[in-house]
Design a binder for this molecule. Structure first.
Ligand code: PEP
Length: 257
């Protein structure tokens, strides 16, 4: 089954509202109607930028999706500093990144938290982009596939195949994020193929073949072609290279079929 490729930009904690609007407008100006069938593009800005970014895209009628970088699983209440699924949906989100290694590493997010977020998003009709990835220590130990498959299993606990099919998985080796050190296409493919095999165990072959698996970790216009040529890599989750219109558009074009 042909999977529509995806390029998702994770702006992290960059771009205040003014800069976010300018960058979105630049990206929107480069958008062509016929791209719609060939690639799904997602912009994931900080919470405060969600509505302004969505407004630019709606005004331009540009078919680019908006995603949040995080969410809390409760709907409302005394959870100071948190933002709920209905709140990000109201800002125009279709997607939300969950379990990014920076959230796991810097903010103590556990596999259980990731699972609660995945289920809350699906319950609120939003699509999770579930991040998994190993540290350098795990890779050196030779247990990468087991490690990322355990993360996948935990993230999707209690999720059925119909809901899983709406999700995207991003394989992001921690040692490659923001370091300029990319996984080789062979390393990335091996992990993505193991993830797809795990998804098949959980949800059946048909669902696993329909789900998109992205690679993330210092992807840039120089290395994208070799990475997305791999059979189990369906696009990218992009940090640094998504902060400039030029490089982001080059990545979008590289993944179009
Ligand atoms: C990321 O933040 O998910 C990421 C992959 O970052 P970078 O592209 O900068 O390595």
């Amino acid at each position: 089954m042909a999977r529509k490729p995806m390029m998702a930009g994770n702006w992290k904690m960059n771009n205040a509202i003014g800069e976010a609007v300018v960058l979105t407008q630049e990206i929107s100006n480069n958008w062509w109607k016929d791209w719609e069938d060939k690639v799904e593009v997602v912009i994931c800005p900080p919470f405060v930028d969600l509505k302004p970014v969505k407004t630019v895209l709606e005004f331009d009628k540009t078919k680019i999706f908006v995603g949040a970088q995080n969410v809390y699983w409760e709907e409302a209440g005394a959870f100071t500093g948190e933002v709920s699924v209905p709140m990000i949906r109201e800002c125009g989100c279709d997607y939300c990144i969950v379990g990014h290694s920076e959230r796991r590493g810097l903010f103590g997010e556990t596999n259980e938290d990731v699972n609660k977020k995945v289920r809350a998003l699906l319950g609120g009709r939003l699509k999770p982009i579930v991040c998994v990835g190993e540290s350098l220590a795990v890779r050196d130990e030779g247990t990468t596939n087991e490690y990322v498959c355990a993360q996948v299993k935990a993230a999707f606990a209690g999720v059925d195949a119909e809901d899983a099919a709406k999700c995207v998985v991003a394989y992001e080796p921690i040692w490659a994020i923001g370091t300029g050190r990319t996984a080789t296409p062979e390393q990335a493919e091996e992990a993505c193929a193991a993830i797809r095999a795990q998804l098949a165990v959980l949800f059946g072959e048909e669902t696993a073949q329909a789900m998109r698996i992205l690679y993330g970790g210092s992807m840039n216009p120089g290395n994208v072609d070799a990475l997305v040529a791999e059979p189990d890599i369906d696009g990218g989750l992009i940090g640094g290279a998504s902060l400039k219109c030029d490089s982001f558009i080059q990545l979008v074009k590289a993944v179009m079929q």
